[in-house]
Design a protein around this ligand. Structure first.
Ligand code: BG6
Ligand code: MG
Length: 213
């Protein structure tokens, strides 16, 4: 028996490892602007939406950008990213992801997805797991990205479950903060010394054990 009524998953870094594709696409874009970009910097972008990520990257540029220029650069990065994810398949599912989703379903809990990625529907389709979710938040309808609680609260509302009855699953510091300010239990995927706000941290969904949270 689980004390929760719903589990709301993040996508990137939890169900599939798209961080590397985001890294490649941002690196290409950053270098086109003469901005150095490496793996360490990419870590700061986990869970941060597209325009928020671009602002962080351009902060180290010598020149200023207009709103229009920023939107064009964000579109350019997204085209690089879409080229990279076009060949994704079920082979890109992280270990334990399908078993975790199926366990939650078998226990009769509701399942939501709260990703700020506007490519989430495409990625779910490529992975072949769209129908495993009762509700997927459309990131285009979200005004404030993580760490704001808006996206997790919207998922809970649409699933018809109170936030305190939800378990949120996240790999990013900003994402865990979003879950906690939504008033949910936070299961972190990663390292406890990074995800300090999480209630419990596991290394990957291979260690997911619904009954123990
Ligand atoms: C998050 C990723 O899930 O989605 C971020 O962790 C990414 O790295 C964000 O910037 C937005 O993604 P997209 O696909 O809308 O550019
Ligand atoms: Mg993530």
């Amino acid at each position: 028996m689980s004390r929760f009524k719903a589990v709301i998953f993040d996508l990137d870094g939890v169900i599939t490892d798209t961080a590397h594709y985001h890294y490649l696409a941002w690196k290409r874009l950053a270098e086109s602007q003469g901005v150095h970009f490496d793996h360490a910097f990419n870590e700061n972008l986990k869970g941060i939406d597209r325009l928020g990520s671009l602002d962080l990257i351009l902060a180290s540029s010598k020149r200023a950008y207009t709103r229009e220029e920023k939107l064009a650069l964000a579109d350019e990065k997204n085209l690089h990213y879409q080229e990279l994810i076009a060949t994704m398949s079920a082979a890109d599912l992280l270990p334990g992801a399908v078993r975790a989703l199926d366990t939650v379903r078998a226990r009769g809990l509701r399942i939501g997805l709260a990703s700020v990625s506007k490519n989430a529907f495409t990625v779910l389709g490529r992975l072949g797991i769209t129908d495993k979710f009762d509700y997927v938040v459309d990131a285009a309808t979200i005004a404030r990205g993580k760490p704001d609680p808006e996206i997790f609260l919207k998922a809970a509302r649409e699933l018809g479950v109170a936030p305190e009855d939800c378990l949120g699953v996240e790999d990013a510091v900003a994402g865990v903060a979003s879950i906690k300010s939504a008033g949910m239990f936070a299961l972190g995927i990663g390292h406890p010394f990074v995800l300090t706000q999480a209630d419990v941290v596991i290394t990957s969904l291979s260690d997911f054990n619904l009954e123990s949270y």
